[in-house]
Design a protein around this ligand. Sequence first.
Ligand SMILES: NC(=O)c1ccc[n+]([C@@H]2O[C@H](COP(=O)([O-])OP(=O)(O)OC[C@H]3O[C@@H](n4cnc5c(N)ncnc54)[C@H](OP(=O)(O)O)[C@@H]3O)[C@@H](O)[C@H]2O)c1
Length: 324
Amino acid sequence: MRAIVLEKFGGLDSLVIKEIPEPEPKAGHVVIQVKAFGINHAELHMRRGEWAEAAPVSGIECVGLVKSCPGGEFPIGAKVAALMGGLGRTINGSYAEYTCAPVSNVALIEADLPWAELAAIPETYATAWTCLFRNLGIEKGQLLVIRGATSSFGQAALKMAVNAGAHVIATSRNRDRFAMLEKLGAERCEVERRDLSKVIPEAKKIDAVLDLVGNTVMLDSLAMLQRGGRSCLAGWLGGLDPIPDFNPLLQMASGVYLTFFGSFVFGTPGFPLSDVPLQQIAADAAAGRLDVKPTRVFRFEEIREAHRVMEANEARGKLVVVHA
Ligand SMILES: NC(=O)c1ccc[n+]([C@@H]2O[C@H](COP(=O)([O-])OP(=O)(O)OC[C@H]3O[C@@H](n4cnc5c(N)ncnc54)[C@H](OP(=O)(O)O)[C@@H]3O)[C@@H](O)[C@H]2O)c1
């Protein structure tokens, strides 16, 4: 089969299309004919060698058709999504014609949507849904701030939070992007800055923050919450560096909650993939209640360009690759 192999750690030329053997069926796993896959920052970090683990074939998610499933958990030919479970990290991932994912990290996604749209769902929507409705417990009428809202993760969260009846304030570093965020349902927007809690008029009246900017603003996100409010740290758009000179006594806001979510726990005890309504999300998309369309669709041969676009911050939404 054809696969995009990570030949070395480094730049775009590290990604090379090669012929490699198809994955063999094995117990507890599902062999999937990959139809399309999303592009993720995780894959950029792995390509650059910034994470401890990277498999020769990258790709943490995909959608496709079940080719074989020795345990019978999924019918042959079923439309499925696969995400995490070591894909691209400790086992070969989805940047290939076939992949072999643990059963725990595969879910049915039987919606009548083009592959490119289905492929925009698994990692982004499963993570955004979990952050909103599990970690943050978002309810109708609550005031939510999404920091880094123009990211594909942020846009997915914004759309689902608005559908759930939350009032959303969205941040971007760029005022030109406010109109797009308001079109997606944000009530208003703020320019992202490290001390946003000091200038945002709703400070101390905010129920929840979905923080995708990360460590650089983590303490500031806590400072804008009302008593009992929650901030979910789930993205690192501002960089991976740890918080320097962290001193809780001097820097932490009182009476608020910090929570964290990393999608690498999907499929582990306590975080079954069945917790996430992927099928419903896909059905909502097919029924026109949720727009999951990617902003760019690439061919398999265009993988380097797809990585370049994400790296250059030109994505403006989800990027996906489809097989011809
Ligand atoms: N926790 C998890 O399991 C999980 C799962 C998936 C993704 N993530 C993380 O979530 C984040 C978003 O992922 P994505 O794929 O949705 O990203 P993306 O679509 O590539 O995000 C691009 C956006 O990032 C913003 N941005 C770039 N640099 C920034 C900076 N220095 N400060 C603030 N904003 C900046 C830009 O917004 P403006 O130019 O409009 O400001 C841009 O629109 C990433 O850090 C990713 O690693 C985490």
